[in-house]
Structures are given as C-alpha cells and as structure tokens.
Write a protein that binds this ligand. Structure first.
Ligand code: NAI
Ligand code: MG
Length: 356
C-alpha cells in the first residue's frame, strides 16, 4: 500500500519521539512492502515562532493532502505567557476542530514488566485492557454561550442527537474488534444531555446485538476504575467526562509515558499522538521514552490504514523490549542502566527484524 503521512513534531521532546516513530514506520514499510510518503509540518510553539500562528495554513494544507497525521507534543514555558490566540494548545484544539476529529481513542493496557510503577496493587492492575472512547468536538468545551462577568460565569453543555450517534456507533464498532463490552458513561440522573445520550445508546444497540451494553454513572465509574479496572472493555462518554476519566485511567497501569492515542474522523482519517506532553525539562537530551509515539504509529496502521498485522508486530516488539528489561530513564529501576531514546528505539527495530 502507498500512504501519505504528515508528521508534526511540535515542541520539547516532540521532535525526538516522532523521529523514533518515523524510524519504526520505515522498518514497517521495508518489511511489508508499503510506501509511506512522509512530510513535515509546524504546529504549536515552533509554529508560533516561525509563522506567528500555532496552526499555519501550510500545515492544514499538508494534513489535508495526507492519509493520516502523526503528532509529537506541543507547549513549553517559552510560550506560557503568550496571549490566548498565540498559545501552542490552540494549535491542537484548532486541528481537532478543523478536521472534525470527534472520536478520541485511548487504550490503556497493563504491561506486566511496568506494573511495579502502578499506584494500584499489582493484582488489581494486572489484567487491565480497556479502551476509552471520548467525544472530542462537542459538549461543554465548545458550547455557546460561554462568557463571564464580574459576578458570574456561563458555560453551556449541548449535544445534538447526531453528535451522540456517531460517537456511540464508533464505540460499538471498536468493541466488535475487542471483547464486545461497552460501558456507556453519563450522568442521566441529573443532566438532560445525558438522558438524550442514554436514549441514543438504547436505539443504536439494536443494530449491535453481539455487543453487551451497560449504562453507568460517571461518579461510580470513577470509583470502579480504581477498585476493578480490569472489568472494563470499551468505555464511551462525552467530552468532559472522557477528559477526566481518561486521565484517571492513564495512571492506573503505571505507564503514562507509554500510552498512545488516536483522534478520528468518520472516514478513517486520523491524528495520532502520545498521551504525554512535551516534557520541556528533558527535551533534546535523549532521555525521552519514545514508546507512546511508536505505539501511536501502531494505532495509525490499525485504524487509518487497516494494517492489523503490521500494528500487532509493533506492539509485540515494544512489549518484548520491555519484557527483556530494557527501559528509558523514566522507567528504569534505580541502579539499572537506562537506554537513550535512540538506543531504545534501536532495540525495537532489532526486535521487528528478528520477528521475520
Ligand atoms: P508532560 O506529559 O510533558 O510531563 C509530565 C512528566 O512526565 C514530566 O516529568 C516529564 O518529564 C515526564 N514525561 C512525559 N513524557 C515523557 C516521555 N515520553 N519520556 C520520559 N518522560 C516523560 O506534562 P506537563 O509537564 O504537565 O506539561 C509539559 C508541557 O506539555 C506543557 O507545556 C503542557 O501544556 C504540554 N502538554 C502538551 C500535551 C500535548 O501536546 N498533547 C499534553 C499535555 C501537556
Ligand atoms: Mg486532559
């Protein structure tokens, strides 16, 4: 297959981890006879410096001409005092909105060799393998009116039936590729938007008789994520609940630095990025863990290009390198020699080479 990939390295450790991820993409191309045309664009702080715009028109055009986008991370102290239009995160919000990336997928899977870093008991975190499907372009973060005066402030929570339908369908579709269980999370005992959400889930599930659906309230979901996280397969929820629950879920396996994410449009186009930020304090020193960026490439192959075998090959290689006891500085035990970003990436490449 031939695919065009836009790479937006961003700021801080973004360039280092995307460089590692691109190397992996090149190995996959060589091994499986694909051709990936890779082109680079600016986003975030570096785009503000160069173009006075966190999401320049050239970058939008580049992404429009691509089949998928790989992003590093944006932000850093250099831009923290900028006015809001010239903040790096604006670039992220703008690209999600421009490309209508309404479905945010965040898998959280326990890696046995990293469980020592989990804040939960190892036996509780051990079997965790869930996927959070968060609605990303609607809800409270985008609702109008939104304003404040001296004495009060207003935010608006709006969902249309159509916005709920497409995210719920996406959750049912991905659940089919997994264990077939969906927990739909809302606050239907209080919120009108949640009552509509439940109604839509009840309607949609008729077309998916193979999927087991459970409605859960967001507060009890927050508890169950800590007491019995292994019970979850797919969680689908609205924007703000998803923001909070996905951050909660991301720490339970002790491997925040290795978690990938996907933000998808309905036609399969998607943006893939690590969950972590730009870690400015370690940037440029070969200390960054590239696993999250590399696993984001695996998600790209899986969700945008339908290359399931290739995606599994990457996941397996990453897991094997961890199992063999090779870690970057963020995960290495004290006294253990940590590998640099480049050395760790080379281990994954070696592993991909021995697989064949
Ligand atoms: P962060 O995720 O960048 O860092 C949190 C902690 O984890 C730091 O100690 C960092 O050194 C470490 N860390 C993160 N990724 C790592 C990796 N791959 N390898 C090794 N260690 C890693 O979050 P923080 O510190 O809150 O934010 C730093 C900057 O990143 C801020 O400007 C923030 O706005 C931005 N940010 C950007 C995001 C994005 O581009 N999607 C997401 C979150 C934060
Ligand atoms: Mg968040």
């Amino acid at each position: 297959m031939e695919k065009r990939v836009a790479v937006l390295p961003g700021d801080g450790i973004g360039p280092e981890v995307t460089e590692a991820a691109v190397k992996i993409l090149e190995v996959i191309a060589r091994r499986f006879n694909h051709k990936f045309h890779i082109e680079y664009g600016a986003i975030g702080g570096n785009a503000i410096d160069k173009h006075n715009n966190p999401l320049p028109d050239e970058t939008i055009a580049l992404c429009e001409n691509s089949d998928a986008v790989l992003l590093g991370a944006v932000g850093g102290p250099k831009w923290d005092n900028n006015p809001s239009a010239l903040r790096p995160e604006k670039g992220l919000l703008a690209i999600r909105k421009h490309f209508d990336l309404f479905a945010n997928l965040r898998p959280v899977k326990a890696v046995p060799s990293l469980l020592h870093a989990s804040p939960l008991k190892e036996e509780v975190a051990m079997e965790v393998d869930m996927l959070i499907v968060r609605e990303l372009t609607g809800g409270l973060y985008f609702g109008e009116p939104s304003h404040r005066t001296e004495k009060s402030a207003v935010d608006t929570l709006v969902y249309t039936r159509e916005e709920i339908e497409r995210i719920v369908e996406k959750a049912f579709e991905v659940a089919r590729l997994r264990r077939g269980k969906v927990a739909s999370v809302d606050k239907a005992n209080v919120l009108e938007t949640s009552k509509l959400w439940r109604e839509v889930v009840e309607e949609k599930k008729k077309a998916y008789p193979d999927i087991e659906v459970e409605h859960m309230l967001v507060d009890s979901t927050a508890m169950k994520l800590i007491t019995n996280p292994a019970a979850f397969d797919v969680i689908v929820t609205e924007n703000m609940f998803g923001d909070i629950l996905s951050d909660e879920a991301s720490v339970i396996t002790g491997s925040l630095g290795v978690l990938p994410s996907a933000s998808l449009r309905s036609d399969g186009f998607g943006l893939y990025e690590p969950v972590h930020g730009s870690a400015p304090e370690i940037a440029g020193r070969g200390l960054a863990n590239p696993a999250a960026a590399i696993l984001s490439v695996a998600m790209m192959l899986n969700y945008s290009f339908g290359m399931k075998t290739e995606a599994s090959a990457i996941e397996e290689a990453v897991n094997t390198v961890f199992e063999d006891g090779f870690f970057t500085a963020d995960l290495a035990a004290s006294g253990q020699r940590a590998l640099s970003t480049q050395e760790w990436t080379a281990k994954v490449i070696d592993e991909l080479d021995v697989q064949f």
